[in-house]
Design a protein around this ligand. Sequence first.
Ligand code: ZN
Length: 181
Amino acid sequence: MEAVIVVDMLVDFVHGKLAAARAAALIDPLARLLGAARAAAKPVIYVGDAHLPHDFELRLWGEHAMRGSDGARVIPELTPHKDDYLFEKRSYSAFFETGLDSLLRSRSVDTLVLTGLHTHICVRHTAADAFFRGYRIVVPTDCVTAFAEAEHESGLEYLHRIYGAELTTGRDLADRWSRRI
Ligand code: ZN
């Protein structure tokens, strides 16, 4: 069973304090992918920053996506649906102290489709934790991005070489799911 993980598609990362100009380009392909996942009854799981004031990571990045703030909300274009899951994180990995792993096991998930921001930071660290736990990893390359093209490209290569991530596209995944392969 595959699940789609949507990392940090939050107001601060798309439109706000730490916005990447490239992030807006993810919205349409990601919306289509999530629609296909829901139609195929694949779990859709949002994991986003929800920082507390003294979180370690803020030393490096400054305040962003503070818990309860508008900046920490999922962007309105990708508002979670009723049956989607929503987890808060306080560091890069979607697994770190979030409870994600037990949810995945309870849903018999063995393959993670990683999407969102950023290819070389939170997607990469989520992939590391997924790899350590034995999940297979699929990355639709049009549904992840970074601040700059070089970070994105080197991030994808790292995901493929080090975690064995299958690199594909949102359209290819949607096609597979509609054929129920
Ligand atoms: Zn953060």
